[in-house]
Design a protein around this ligand. Structure first.
Ligand SMILES: C[S@@+](CC[C@H](N)C(=O)[O-])C[C@H]1O[C@@H](n2cnc3c(N)ncnc32)[C@H](O)[C@@H]1O
Length: 206
């Protein structure tokens, strides 16, 4: 299976056609809410924003958000949903159709970079470093990935065969002289009920 643009575009188009209400009601990610609620709002990047639930939550917390995804259908849905909340929400979001395999944030521009469950086509370390390059000194990087193996049982999870960020890859990619790791561990998935997520929250030293 290749998790490329066509895969995601077809998945989003079908899901939005068959379950639009379910997608619109998707709650923001529990790791994001737990880790970011206490940060001072500023400029945020939501890399791989999908349905836009995290983008909308960030804006409601006072952040200005740049939201990137390579699925035109997901972006159209996310934009329409945000616009329905009114201009005070919609005007604080910049939507970007871009491929995160190559899309590079402006250097040291964001106070927060969020990248949740994005499949990585190339090197995970390179992707972590590229996302991290967009974080301003004093800012935060939150990356979350599904673990391919359940540590409790050793059994493959639904994410088996997918390449996503792991604790080891993120720790190896982030220079400790430049990054303080606030969280780097595996946590149960709050929403799906099964499996484990790798959660990395780094703070760029100021
Ligand atoms: C599993 S969904 C996660 C969506 C959202 N971040 C969340 O936590 O619910 C992965 C999202 O990343 C997007 N995506 C995957 N690979 C990408 C890439 N190379 N460039 C841009 N977007 C990508 C997909 O279109 C999809 O919206």
């Amino acid at each position: 299976m290749t998790y490329d643009r066509s895969y995601w575009e077809e998945l989003w188009a079908r899901t939005l056609r068959e379950h639009p209400d379910k997608v619109a009601q998707h709650p923001p990610n529990a790791h994001l809410v737990a880790e970011v609620a206490r940060l001072n709002p500023g400029r945020a990047l939501d890399a791989g924003c999908g349905h836009g639930a995290e983008t909308r939550w960030l804006v409601a917390q006072g952040w200005e958000v740049t939201a990137v995804d390579f699925s035109a259908s997901a972006l159209a849905h996310a934009m329409t949903t945000a616009e329905a909340l009114g201009p005070e929400i919609a005007e604080r979001i910049t939507w970007v159709e871009g491929d995160l395999a190559v899309w590079t944030p402006p250097p040291a521009h964001f106070d927060l970079v969020v990248c949740l469950y994005v499949h990585v086509a190339g090197s995970v370390g390179e992707m972590v470093r590229r996302m991290a390059s967009g974080v301003a000194p004093g800012g935060a990087l939150l990356m979350v990935g599904h673990c391919p193996v359940d540590p409790a049982t050793g059994a493959p999870t639904a994410a088996s065969g997918q390449v996503q960020v792991s604790v080891e890859s993120a720790v190896a990619a982030l220079d400790p002289g430049e990054w303080e790791l606030v969280v780097a561990g595996e946590r149960p998935r709050a929403v799906a009920g099964t499996g484990v997520d790798a959660v990395i929250l780094g703070r760029r030293r100021g």
